[in-house]
Design a protein around this ligand. Structure first.
Ligand code: UDP
Length: 246
């Protein structure tokens, strides 16, 4: 795949769900845990972009394991503990991704916003930039390191801090629609939006903190389907359907 001269450094936000199995169960899709097939697919997609020489940072979520934001589902757990559990869940995903990327021969730096020294490095901007300059795939886990935030906000924050040219948000469908296209045949695809439109229309693509941070720091956001074969590389080469927010 040819490299995209438009970009030097990009940040890809993967939800925890992107690592979970798509296998259908009686109650719909399984969205829990880590599916080795999805890990392999993600590693292959990332490899084809890494081979172009582009600098890649990843922020991974934890929703396939635990979401503290839904802690009311666990009434005896206080919100801060629940969020710490959620951030640890992202670290589990990060470790799985790191192993998968290394298996495909990529150099990887795994950095956590919460210090877990026996497991990985602690995120600092300086070390993160050094890793990216060395063409390591940088995996950022534990979100912002603070409760009451999400990994979408962490993705926007890291994209700003690391001077990324583009923030890619991987979702279940190819871009933003007026409604969920899996449930509404009349849903209309929206190829291009402003940050303001996303905020005013309350489009549920990333939380408002993330959109506001990206807006204030003029980082465009590309929204695309993680299930498309090589979707990550295709978006960078504008060879597939996606929505751009700028
Ligand atoms: N989380 C947090 N602070 C952060 C990022 C994440 O407390 O800066 C916690 C929060 O409990 C969240 C969980 O980690 O529900 C998993 O992250 P998220 O829900 O963003 O994962 P995703 O939906 O992307 O899989």
């Amino acid at each position: 795949m040819s490299s995209s001269p438009q970009y030097r450094r990009v940040l890809l936000k993967l939800s925890g769900e992107a690592l979970a199995s798509l296998e259908s169960t009686g109650s719909g899709h399984k969205k829990f845990g880590i599916d080795p097939k999805m890990l392999e697919k993600l590693a292959q997609d990332i490899l084809s972009v890494h081979q172009t020489g582009l600098e890649i940072a990843l922020v991974v979520g934890g929703g396939n394991i635990y979401r503290g934001a839904q802690a009311d589902a666990y009434p005896s757990t206080d919100r801060t503990s629940a969020d710490h559990m959620g951030m640890l869940a992202t670290t589990i995903n990060g470790l799985a991704l790191k192993s998968a990327l290394e298996h495909y021969g990529m150099p990887v730096s795994l950095m956590s916003a919460m210090p877990i020294p026996n497991v990985c490095e602690t995120f600092t901007r300086r070390k993160a930039v050094e890793a990216l300059n060395k063409k390591h795939v940088l995996i950022c886990v534990a979100g912002t390191g603070n409760p009451y935030f999400t990994t979408d906000s962490a993705a926007a924050l890291r994209a700003c801090e690391l001077n990324c040219d583009l923030l890619l948000k991987a979702t279940k469908v190819a871009g933003i629609y007026t409604a969920d296209p899996n449930h509404h045949a009349s849903a209309e695809f929206l190829p291009r939006l402003t940050y303001r439109e996303v905020i005013e229309r309350k489009l549920k693509v990333m939380d408002m903190t993330a959109i506001t941070l990206a807006k204030e720091n003029k980082i465009p956001i590309a929204v695309f389907s993680i299930y498309e074969n090589n979707g990550f590389g295709k978006v960078l080469n504008k060879a597939t359907q996606f929505t751009i927010i700028s």
